[in-house]
Every structure is written in structure tokens, then in C-alpha cells.
Design a protein around this ligand. Sequence first.
Ligand code: PBG
Length: 330
Amino acid sequence: MYPLHRNRRLRSSEAIRRLVRETVVTPNDFLVPLFVVEGSGVREEIPSMPNYYRLSLDNLEKEVQELWKLGLCAVLLFVKVPDSLKDNKGTEALNANGLMQRAIKTVKQACPEMVVMTDVALDPYSSLGHDGIVRDGKILNDETNEILAEMSVSHAEAGADFVAPSDMMDGRILSIREALEDEDFQDVGIMSYSAKYASSFYGPFRDALDSAPVAMKHVPKDKKTYQMDPANRFEAIKETMNDIDEGADIVMVKPGLAYLDIVREIRNEVDVPVAVYQVSGEYAMLKAAAEKGWLDHDAVMMEQLTAIKRAGANMIASYFAKDVIRVLNS
Ligand code: PBG
């Protein structure tokens, strides 16, 4: 009788392993984050994100055409705004001819079928580096929501398919949904950063956009009064349920790897697609270790992305998307 179970039978060859494999990463899984800057011919590497670049609009056009050819079908746009255009209210965010609005048009013209998602939050536009308006040391909630709603309409006017609010103000999904309906943008969707943690993994992203909170009296030095405490789990479910009730089409957990318990729990709980953001710090860690020869870049990358998908992600925002295509095609 012994042993009853020889589990190794199903691992005995690559062919049998392929047959019983439960999770497979494909090009369809990815949202590709892109950083856009003013200028022309610009393709500047982000120091803390090796092999990742800020692109001017002409290079953005080329990049999205390349991504589409590689089989990637969605981009998530972020802009780096010149300091001279920043203020506490993020006024520049509403400029119909602003960098984001031009970036959306550029992508839609270069590649009409590409799904265009846009970052909605004040921080790239904020002189104080916060996702909302700062007053007396506090981040104002409802006043910020009004701007986020206008910003979303402005992105919809420029041609965005989805707006992606990454700010964590309460009630912003409802404000945005109502504003989009009022302006006849029924078909523009919302991907909500619903369970976004106050994580220390965002450092390289803040370098990329120069968007970190500024060190000043009466300006909170971190985002802990709006982003979630990494210690909490129930709260992630509550945040996500609220956002779905308010009209989110897609919800998100962010960061990825350190929060896979949350991803699984939310995947079990909700009936909308769940996105996971594998953030800049996760990217930087692997690039650094691989550069030192301490980890096998491609193998660890695929293992991490497979783990994120296995945990329940239906799509993954990842700076590794092009590296993955290279591996899949090799
Ligand atoms: C801000 C925003 C952040 C990221 C996406 N949108 C950083 C932050 O909250 O400070 C981080 C993404 C990453 O680290 O890759 N609205």
C-alpha cells in the first residue's frame, strides 16, 4: 500500500508539468505604466529604475506602437510636470492642452485599439507632493474629489478609455462616476486603486515623477492619513466594497508581492476584475539584485508574476511587461 500518493508523478517531465500547470502568464495580463515628459526626442532613464524611461510625446508614439506589436494591449499613463506648473490645487491637471491630455491623444492616434488608462491624482501636479489639497497640515477630502472628478472628465474628453484614481480620497469613485455620466462619458470606465497601502515601495516612482511630499512645516511628510496601513486586512475589503458600490469597474491592490494575501481575499470576495500593481520598488529590488549577479533576473521575474496571478490578479500593472514578452518569445 505504501505510499498511497506519489505526487511527484505529475512533476516528472516538462510535458506533464505543462499539462497540469494552473497559472500561465500571457501578454494579455499586463497594463504597461508609461512616464511622459515635455520635450522632443527625450528618452531618459530613471536612475532608480534601470532600463525604464521617461518619454517625450514623439517617443511615446513609437513606444505604444512597439508595445502593440508585442501583443501588449493596455497602457497606464503618468506625467512628469515641470515644477513651474505645480501648485497646491494641481490646477495644471485640468488644462485641456496639458501634457496628460496630449499624451492620451498621442496614444489614441498612434494606436487606436490600445486601452488607455490614465492616472488621476494630484501628486504629479502638486507643489507639495500630495494626492490632495493640503490645508493646515491636513489633506482635504471633498475639495480634492471635485478636482479629481473634473480631471477625469478632462481625460475622457481627450480620449481616455479608463481613468485610474490612485489617490485614496473617500468617495472619489462616486464623484468621478457622476461627473462622467453628467458629461455623457458613460463608456469611460474607472479602475480604482481601491486597496492602496502607504508603502515604502513607491520610492523609485516618486523619483521618476519628482512627486514625493516636500519637507515643509504644515505639510505631512507621508501619505498615511489617506493610504492604508500595511498592517490592515479587513480595511482592504471595506475600501474595495465601497469603491465597487460607488461604481468602480476594476479594483486594485497595490503593491503586489508583499500583499498577496490581500489579493486572494479580495479575489474571493468580489465579482469584478482585480488588478495588482507590482510597484516601482519591486522592480528596483530585482534589477539591483540581478545587476549584482545575486538573482537570476528572468526566472525571478516570471516566478513573481506567476505568484501575483496565482494569488488572484486578473491583470498586472508591471514595469516588467516588455521583459516578459522577451522571455515568452525566447
Ligand atoms: C500616486 C501614485 C504612486 C504610485 C502610483 N500613483 C505613488 C504614491 O502614492 O506616492 C506608485 C507606483 C509605483 O511605485 O510604481 N498617486
